[in-house]
Ligand binder design. Structure first.
Ligand SMILES: N[C@@H](CCC[C@H](N)C(=O)O)C(=O)O
Length: 330
């Protein structure tokens, strides 16, 4: 059962992308989960593994070009993936020959989201802009049980006696703390997030946890431990959620519609926080959509960790991306 995959990334948050409309045989839900776990495994997976598997499907919604599903590397399904959506948008533009000026929609678990091509981040680094929405601060939408209906820069004594937390669903769940350099460099993020993504009474379905550092008024650094994955180079929804919290708590109205620079361990994206007329928020996430390789493999063999028949062909795009990351350090 041969299938073709792409290896893609946004800010180094990397994925295998499978277009199920092109696959000759449809994999069952169990087979998709097993394939994701097998190829994404960082030690025994395909070419160093990945953070997840992105599925591209047909959408039944009117005026929607395609549908995206996201399977984390542990086989769990996520409701949204910001970095992944940019790469899916690029894939759909190429496949459907959509003009780069056109805005279009991609269906995700809870919303049909606007996407469009953006100006290159740097020479030969294609970029896309995607909508991150819907946003909710309610404990029920976040899957949060901390004895408070919302968390907005609040102490949660069960988690830490000094760090303050904010929680938001965009719509996948995020727990965010603004920290100093020493805390950012410590093992606290991994320790806390590992606990909150194992059996625990506070976030029984797990949560993406980010530590954020303010760099300047329009610049933040975000480090994320993702639910279903672990520490990643970047998490698009986490950077969007962190930008929203930063604007609401530190910039106020003046921060709306402003472009923020969001640095992360894998590179940099830009975000813009919007407030709609009905008072709800949404975020524009702008960043690279890089295709590093095209792959063909026998899905049944790959599910069991046999990659002997894999054909792997590099695109050459990674070099330009690395030059871009180097330029950020200067
Ligand atoms: N990397 C993603 C988020 C993927 C889903 C997350 N691990 C979850 O389970 O919610 C992003 O770029 O947003």
């Amino acid at each position: 059962m041969m299938v073709r995959l792409l290896k893609v990334h946004g800010s180094g948050n990397d994925f295998f992308l499978l277009d199920q409309m092109e696959a000759q045989i449809q994999l069952t839900e169990d087979q998709l989960k097993q394939l994701a776990q097998s190829i994404c495994d960082r030690k025994r997976g395909l070419h160093g593994g990945a953070d997840g598997l992105l599925l591209v499907l047909k959408s039944a919604h009117k005026n929607v070009v395609a549908r995206m599903r996201v399977i984390n590397s542990d086989g769990s399904e996520a409701s949204m993936c910001g970095n992944g959506l940019r790469t899916v948008a690029r894939y759909v533009v190429t496949k459907e020959k959509i003009s780069p000026q056109i805005n279009f929609k991609i269906e995700t678990m809870y919303a049909d989201l606007q996407v469009k091509a953006a100006a290159n981040l740097a020479s030969d680094v294609p970029a896309y802009e995607v909508e991150i929405s819907p946003v909710s601060f309610a404990d029920s939408k976040i899957g949060m049980h901390v004895g408070q209906a919302t968390l907005q820069n609040s102490l949660v004594p069960a988690l830490s006696d000094s760090l303050k937390f904010s929680a938001v669903a965009v719509p996948n769940p995020h727990l965010i703390s603004f920290v100093d350099q020493q805390t950012l460099k410590s093992n606290q993020l991994v320790k806390m997030a590992t606990y909150l993504n194992s059996e625990n009474p506070y976030f029984p379905d797990g949560v993406n946890v980010s530590f954020v550092q303010k760099i300047s008024s329009n610049e933040i650094f975000v480090k994320t431990f993702e639910r279903g994955v672990g520490l990643t180079n970047a998490c698009g929804t986490a950077m969007s959620a962190s930008s929203l919290i930063y604007v609401l708590q530190q910039l106020g109205q003046a921060g709306l519609e402003q472009t923020l620079k969001v640095l992360n361990p894998g590179g940099m994206v830009q975000t813009i926080v919007h407030q709609r007329l009905d008072g709800s928020y949404c975020i524009s996430l702008i960043g690279n959509a890089t295709v590093t390789a095209s792959v063909s493999l026998d899905a049944k063999e790959a599910m069991f960790g046999n990659f002997s028949q894999v054909k792997w062909s590099e695109t050459g795009e990674q070099r330009a991306y690395e030059n871009f990351v180097d330029s950020l350090k200067k």
